[in-house]
Design a protein around this ligand. Sequence first.
Ligand SMILES: *[C@@H]1O[C@H](CO)[C@@H](O)[C@H](O)[C@H]1NC(C)=O
Ligand SMILES: *[C@@H]1O[C@H](CO)[C@@H](O)[C@H](O)[C@H]1NC(C)=O
Ligand SMILES: *[C@@H]1O[C@H](CO)[C@@H](O)[C@H](O)[C@H]1NC(C)=O
Ligand SMILES: *[C@@H]1O[C@H](CO)[C@@H](O)[C@H](O)[C@H]1NC(C)=O
Ligand SMILES: *[C@@H]1O[C@H](CO)[C@@H](O)[C@H](O)[C@H]1NC(C)=O
Ligand SMILES: *[C@@H]1O[C@H](CO)[C@@H](O)[C@H](O)[C@H]1NC(C)=O
Length: 451
Amino acid sequence: MKPRDRRTPMWCKVFVTVGLLCCELSAAAPPSEIVVDPEFTEPIVNVTVPAGRNVKLGCSVRNLGTYKVAWMHFEQSAILTVNNHVITRNPRITVSHDKHRTWFLHINNVQQEDRGRYMCQINTITAKTQIGYLNVVVPPSISDSLSSSDAIVREGANVSLTCHVDGYPKPDIKWKRDDGAHININKSLTVSEWAEPTLELHRISRLDMGAYLCIATNSVPPSVSKRIKVSVDFPPMLWIPHQLVGVPLGYNVTLECNTEAHPTSLHYWTRDSGQMLVDSSKYKAVSVQGNPSYKVQMKLTISGVEHTDYGVYKCVAKNSRGETDGTIRLYTSHPPTLAPELQRTENPSPSGIPALGPQWTTSDGNDLENGTSNNNTNANGDDDDSRLNEIKQSEQKYRKPKNSGTDSQKDVTKNSVPRLIPTATSAALVLTAVVLLQMQPFLCSRKRCSE
Ligand SMILES: *[C@@H]1O[C@H](CO)[C@@H](O)[C@H](O)[C@H]1NC(C)=O
Ligand SMILES: *[C@@H]1O[C@H](CO)[C@@H](O)[C@H](O)[C@H]1NC(C)=O
Ligand SMILES: *[C@@H]1O[C@H](CO)[C@@H](O)[C@H](O)[C@H]1NC(C)=O
Ligand SMILES: *[C@@H]1O[C@H](CO)[C@@H](O)[C@H](O)[C@H]1NC(C)=O
Ligand SMILES: *[C@@H]1O[C@H](CO)[C@@H](O)[C@H](O)[C@H]1NC(C)=O
Ligand SMILES: *[C@@H]1O[C@H](CO)[C@@H](O)[C@H](O)[C@H]1NC(C)=O
C-alpha cells in the first residue's frame, strides 16, 4: 500500500482539476506491491422521510486509501458528489465524511423528485457499488379547486361528486355521510361508505340531502377530509292528518298541516275566501320545524270558536319550486257530555265523521275526561254494564233535547273543575241526567223493537 500512497498523490496533485478521471487513471495503474482493496463495511440504511425534511445517507468504507467515494442518483444517472466535491448543481445537496470512513450525502428540504436509489461507488478497477433507497412520502391533501363544491340539485337529478387527492403513497379515498347515514347510490344499491374518487348518486331524493365527506388516507398522517353539502330542492308537499275537525262553540281548536319543502317554504293559512289569517287574539299560527329540517308542522289555533269560524280553512306552503295548499273543514260538534259513562265510551262517530277527541287541544276537555273517568262511579252509584251499552247506542238521541246538560257543561268548562260538582243545583242536574239516561235506553230499545 505504501508505495502507491506515495505515487498516487502526485498524480492527483497534477490532475486535481480532472477529478474522478485522475483518480481512475491512478487506480488503473498496476500496483507494484500487494494492496488491500477498499470495501464497504455495512449496507446503506434505507430512509423514508416526509417531504420537506433534511436527510442524510451514510456509506461506510474501510481501507479507502487514495480511492475516492462518489454518490450518484441511480434513476437520474447523475453524479452528485465525488470525494469532498459536490458535482451536481442541486443546491440542496452537500457531502461530508467522518475521517474518510463514512461518507454522508446530505439532502436538505427533501422533495418528491429526490425519491429513488442512491448509489455509493468506490473507484477501484472494477468499481464497487452499493445502493440505498430514499423514500419521500407526502401526507394526503385535497385540492378544493379540483374537487366538487357544495351542490344544489333538483330532486330526481343525478349527482356526481368528485374529490381530487394528492399524496404519496397514493391516498385511498372513501365517501361517507356526515350524519353517519347510509349512502343511496341508486335504487338498488345502498352502502355505508363508497371507496371511489367519484361518488355518483342516481335520481337523488330528499332523503339524500346532507353533507358528504370525502376522506383521504395514506400511511402518512394526518388524514384529511372535505365536506360537501348537497341540497335537494323540491316543491312543497302537504298532508293533513285530520281534514274534518269538529269543535263545540266557545272552544279553542288547533288545525294541523304537515309540509315538506326545500328550500324552506313560506307558510300561511287562509279561509276559503282566500283571506289570509294574521295572528290576533283569535288566530295564532305557528310552524314547527321537524327532523329532517325540510319537514314542518303548521298549526293554526282558533280561540273561542264562534259560528262564523265554522267552514273551510286552507294551509298554504310556497317555495321557489312551487306551491301547494290543503283544506280543513271545521264543523260544529257537541261538547263533551256531562254524563260520566259516556266519557268512558269511545268517541261517537255518527255518519262516519272521524273521531274528535285528539283534535281538541283545550286543556278543559282533558280535565273533563280525567275527572269523569276517575270519579264517575261515586256520582252514579253502581252501574250496570248492559245498560251502559244501550246508553252508548242511543247517545245521539238523549243529547239533543237535554239543554240543561249543555248548560251545566259550559259551567264546568269555565270553572275548569269538571270532576267536582258539589253544589246542590249541580247535584240536581246530575240526578235529572241520570233519570233521563235511564229512561232513554228504554225508550230507544222500545222504538227499535217497534221498527
Ligand atoms: C433497502 O431497500 C431495498 C429495496 O427495497 C432492499 O432490497 C434492501 O435490502 C434495503 N436495505 C436495507 C439496509 O434495509
Ligand atoms: C341519470 O342516470 C341514469 C342512469 O345513468 C339515466 O338513465 C338518467 O337519464 C339520468 N337522469 C338524468 C336526469 O340525467
Ligand atoms: C347501481 O350502481 C351500481 C354501482 O355503480 C351499478 O353496478 C348498478 O348496476 C346500479 N344499479 C342500477 C339499478 O342502476
Ligand atoms: C283559549 O285560548 C285563549 C287564548 O289563546 C286562552 O286565553 C284560553 O284560556 C283558551 N281557552 C280554553 C278553554 O282553553
Ligand atoms: C289524567 O290524570 C292523570 C293523573 O292524574 C294524568 O297523568 C293524565 O295526563 C290525565 N289525562 C288527561 C287526558 O288529562
Ligand atoms: C274521587 O273521589 C274520591 C272519593 O270521593 C276522592 O277522594 C278523589 O280525590 C276523587 N278523585 C278525583 C280525581 O277527583
